[in-house]
Structure formats: C-alpha cells, structure tokens
Design a protein around this ligand. Structure first.
Ligand code: FAD
Length: 560
C-alpha cells in the first residue's frame, strides 16, 4: 500500500476541496486525488452564481428558497435535504466571502444577487459570470494554506472494499504510470458529473461519471439516474454554456418568427421559468419548424453594451470565440444541451452511502436536493454545503475507527485486468464507441423520451458493451497515457448509460427532466413520486425504488 489516510477525497472540484478543508479542520489526516489539476476541475466553468437567501436584493429567507427548490424539483427532491441546504447556504456563502471570494457587490457594498430561473426572489450571488472560477481559486488557496496533500494526476479506477467497508482507492498514476493503492478509513467521492454521455454538452472532457460507476461496481446504489438536465441555452454547435445569468439580466428567447415563444409555455415566468420547462419549449419550437438551423435565438441586444460588458463579459467572449457572434449587436444561437446529472450515488444528508466508509458529495451524489430538475445556482451551493457536511462526518468517523486493510489480491486482480487490456493489440479504438454512445444517447434519451427509442437505446448500449470487450489501447506507454484512461472512462460511461435507460423505462410518467409527452404526458404522484434506485450485481443492473422525504410541501401542479 502506497499510503494511508483518515479521509481520502477523490475529486478536487468545489465539493472535494470543501470536504477536504472541513475534514482537515476537524483534525483528520486528509488527502485529495484528482485526475486533473484541482483548479482545472469543471467547477471552474460555472458562470452564473450560487444560491443563498441572503436577502440583499429583496425580502428573502431560507424557507422561500426551500419552497422554490422543492417545486423546481417537480416534487422529487427530498425535503429534509433541501431544508438543510437552504438553511446552511447563507452561512456557507459568507464563509467563502471571508476566505476571499470576490463576489459582485450592491451599491452599498453587500453581496449582489441576481434573479435566476424559477426562483421567487433574486437570490443568486455571483462574481460577474465567472463564479465557479472565483470559488475554485479561493478553495484551492485554503487547501494550500493547510498544506493538504493532493495526489495530482492520479486517475482513480477502483474502490477498495474489504470486510463490507470501503478502505481506499486503486489509482493509475498518470505521470509515472503504474497502479497505486491509497488506503483510507473513509473515502469521499467528489468526481462530478457525466455530461460526456451526450454529444451536445456543457461538460468538459473530464466529466465521465467515474465516481458513480466506481460506486456502482462495489454495490453502492445510484438514485434517479434518468434525471439528466438539459440546459436551455448552450451554444450551437459546440455546446458551450451561455449562463442563465443572461436571462436573469433580462435576455429574451426568440423563435425564427422573432416571437418570444415562452408566452405560450410559461406566460408568467417567461425566460425565468425552470430549465426543464424552457428546454421542452425550445425543443418543441425547433421540432415544429420554428427554429433556425436547429436553434432558437437568445437576444441580449436591448440590455445595452454597458450592462453586457460589465456583468456578462465572459458570455460575450464565449459567443464571439465559439459562434462568431457579438451579442451587443446580434442574437446568440442556442439550443438545449446535456448539462447536469440530478441523479448519482445515493447518500444521506451527511453524504454517507449505504457502504460503510464511503461518502459522496457534489454532482456525483444524489442526496437529493434537485429531484427531477435542478434550479440554476443550487449546484454550486450543494457542492459547498454537502462537501462541508461529508468532510465533517467522514473525519469524525475516521477519528473514531482505527484500522485500514487492503488485501493484496485486490491490487493483483486490478493489475491483471489492466495488463490484459494493454496487451491487446487488435480491436476497436475507444473513441468510435464513445462517439456512438454520445450521439445515440442524444437522439434516444434527450429532452423528450419515447418508450421505443429508450428500448432501442438499451439495445445499442448492449451492443456497444460487447464491442467494448474488444477495445484496444494503442498507446502502451506509462507517461500520460490518455489513451488508456479514455478507455477506462468509456467503461464507466457505458455502465451509467445502462442505469439511465433502466431507470427511464421504469418511470412511466413525465416529471422534470424526464418528459414522455407521447405515452405518459402527466406527472403521476400516486405511482411515481419516488426515487428510482439501481444497483449492479455480476454486471447486471437491478432496479428498485425509494420513497421521497416530504416534510411540509405537498405536491402541487407547477405553473410558471
Ligand atoms: C458550464 C457549466 C456552468 C455551470 N454554472 C453553474 C452555476 O453558475 N451555478 C451552479 O450552481 N452550478 C453551475 N453548474 C453546475 C456546477 O458547476 C457543477 O455541478 C459543480 O461545480 C460540480 O462540482 P463537483 O465538485 O461536484 O465536480 P467537479 O468540479 O466536476 O470536479 C470533479 C473532480 O473530480 C476529479 N475526478 C473525476 N474523475 C476522477 C477520477 N477517476 N480520478 C481522479 N479524479 C477524478 C476531477 O479531476 C475533478 O477534480 C455549471 C456547470 C457547467 C458544466
């Protein structure tokens, strides 16, 4: 065994670093593992902001935040977890500010807050449109200040489970090659999302759902995997995100006839309806021939150059670089793109999974605060609040339990499997399977879902899994073998795609991101106000259900 720690955190984005800081401050020996440098984690791409009921722009309180989140989740969010998020959010945001996060300001010097989709009050605190970048730098400073060990460029591949307890991680050392075993009393997964399951996505190449698949493979359950959020404003054709902050500042969505089509779908909230509602509206406009080259238009022109330059300068730059459009003068072509996985590793409100010693926080986890539809600004908040909580609990548990055992056979098994993969000289390259997976997921498991398409996608994924057994890695070297890690990531993605399809077929209703307008157009609270849960045994995915925790908000019809 290379090393032993009290708390080992896989992933160094906002969730992972926040967990590390908390666990360290609780007295634990902590280390972080990351396949890329921490500040390159995808949290850094977050633009629009982070939600907390600070009440700086209006009368607001955590109760209103919680209600908006429950309603936004289409009543699939667990209300106990949502209440915790909303109650702890203001303190957690001030903590970030005290660590040096430079939030945008009101004229009297308080943290400014902007309106965001489906929020009853302007509650999204922001640092212009580079909020994630600011937070990740601040958290990394705190990690460095504490001198927390970071295994940088280590690719976590397998969880170590012995005596029904998670006791470490087996990693591929990207810099020098070879498998390394890191033992730990507790492991926190903070590996982010899996947007790379789709062709058109806002997610980076690193977002391949590794932690979800690693947990699944050791028997931990995944929850609500069918719930992939499509963001309504992703740039065509790259998928780069155009923040909801643009609509928060007043941008319009137009169809090919120049109509603000949301008058027909969400007449009250208009461009600030929830993401699922707007994505469906856009897709309907495009499918019915009122799009322009498969897009609708996001118009910022009436905001004026001054506001665009001051509050949305990053958006302008992205539009100019990736679409050749200057939003001061022209509308931006946008369409729905895969953005955020509401589903993930099932945890309780302390980030604990049912497997002792294993925790999860951030986008990899499903606690669940987002249910069937996440509100913009709530994901960053979740990384901070639940990163903190999982770090605290993992540290307390680790300090009360002493041993770590990693049976040598686990490493030798992993080495043989990897050798078999690297020794293979004939077969198919990973990229062709990966591209086919992503394009077919987009086609058959997108904004709208049909039974026959989901079934077809199940068969496609099965065939891709068979092809994956013969995948060949051409690079046989030790140093930065991304050919190898991409092959391993593809294995993770294939497992997750299957979980999504099994869950999607079972949910015979329309709720949040799971829209089945052709066969089950309505939400069915009686039968389906519950979470899907999948586990994997001997490679086969098994479906189960869990109740939703309701504390005070009974389901209502959502009107925006
Ligand atoms: C473009 C974009 C904009 C967004 N804007 C907002 C916003 O304004 N507000 C908001 O609330 N939310 C926003 N979100 C969502 C939010 O940013 C993310 O959900 C959140 O930042 C995820 O953080 P995380 O810490 O869970 O994961 P990440 O930041 O993705 O970090 C994952 C970490 O895990 C590591 N990792 C992954 N796999 C492995 C492995 N096998 N081995 C070792 N390390 C591994 C990575 O190296 C990385 O360090 C946005 C998302 C996107 C894509």
């Amino acid at each position: 065994m290379e090393a032993k720690h009290d708390v080992l955190i896989v992933g160094a984005g906002c969730a992972g670093m926040r967990a590390a800081i908390e666990a360290f401050d609780a007295g634990a020996d902590v280390a972080l593992v990351s396949k890329i440098h921490p500040v390159r984690s995808h949290s850094g791409a977050a633009e629009g902001g982070i939600n907390a009921a600070l009440g700086n722009a209006s009368e607001d309180d955590p109760e209103k935040h919680a209600y908006d989140t429950v309603k936004g989740s289409d009543y699939l969010g667990d209300q106990e977890a949502i209440q915790i998020l909303c109650d702890e959010a203001p303190g957690d945001v001030y903590q970030l500010e005290n660590w040096g996060a430079v939030f945008s300001r009101t004229e009297d010097g308080r943290i400014a807050q902007r309106p965001f989709g489906a929020a009853g009050e302007p509650r999204t605190a922001y640092a212009a449109d580079i909020t994630g970048h600011v937070l990740i730098q601040v958290l990394y400073e705190q990690v460095m200040k504490r001198d927390i060990l970071v295994y940088e460029e280590y690719f976590a591949w397998r969880l170590v489970v012995d005596s029904d307890r998670c006791q470490g991680v087996i990693c591929w050392d990207l810099l020098d090659g070879g498998l390394k075993v890191l033992g730990a009393k507790t492991v926190i997964l903070a590996t982010g999302g899996a947007g790379r399951l789709y062709t058109g996505t806002t997610n980076a190449y690193s977002c391949t759902g590794d932690g979800m698949a690693m947990a699944l493979r050791v028997g931990a359950p995944l929850k609500d995997m069918e719930m992939m959020q499509f963001h309504p404003t992703t740039l065509s054709p790259s998928g780069v995100l155009i923040t909801e902050g643009t609509r928060g500042e007043g941008a319009y969505l137009l169809n090919s006839e120049g109509e603000r089509f949301l008058t027909r779908y969400a007449p009250n909230a208009m461009e600030l309806a929830s993401r699922d509602v707007i994505s469906r509206a856009e897709q309907t406009e495009i499918d019915e021939g009122r799009g322009i080259d498969g897009n609708v238009m996001l118009d910022l022109r009436h905001l004026g150059a001054e506001k665009i330059l001051e509050r949305l300068h990053g958006t302008r730059e992205l539009s100019m670089v990736f679409a050749g459009v200057d939003p001061i003068y022209e509308p931006i072509p946008v369409r729905p793109g895969a953005h955020y996985h509401m589903g993930g590793v099932h945890t309780d409100v302390w980030g604990r999974t049912p497997l002792e010693g294993l925790y999860a926080a951030g986008e990899v986890a499903c606690v669940s605060v987002h249910g069937a539809n996440r509100l913009g600004g709530n994901a960053l908040m979740e990384t901070i609040t639940f990163g903190k909580r999982s770090g605290r609990h993992a540290a307390e548990w680790a300090l009360a339990n002493t041993t770590v055992a990693v049976p040598p056979s686990l490493l030798s098994d992993a080495e043989s499997e990897l050798k078999e993969l690297l020794d293979r000289t004939k077969g198919e390259r990973p990229w062709s399977i990966r591209d086919e997976l992503a394009s077919t997921m987009h086609e058959n498991f997108g904004v709208f879902r049909r039974e026959d398409q989901m079934e077809k996608q199940g068969e496609i994924v099965q065939a891709l899994r068979d092809r994956y057994k013969r995948v060949v890695v051409e690079d046989k070297g030790d140093v930065f073998n991304t050919d190898l890690t991409q092959a391993l990531e593809l294995g993770f993605l294939l497992d997750l795609a299957e979980c999504m399809i099994v869950s999607g077929l079972a949910r015979k209703e329309s709720r949040g991101a799971h829209a089945r307008p052709y066969d089950y157009p309505e939400r069915d609270d009686e039968r389906f106000m519950r979470h899907t849960v999948v586990t994997m045994t001997d490679g086969a995915v098994k479906l189960g259900w869990r109740p939703v925790t309701v504390t005070k908000w009974q389901p209502e019809v959502r009107r925006y």
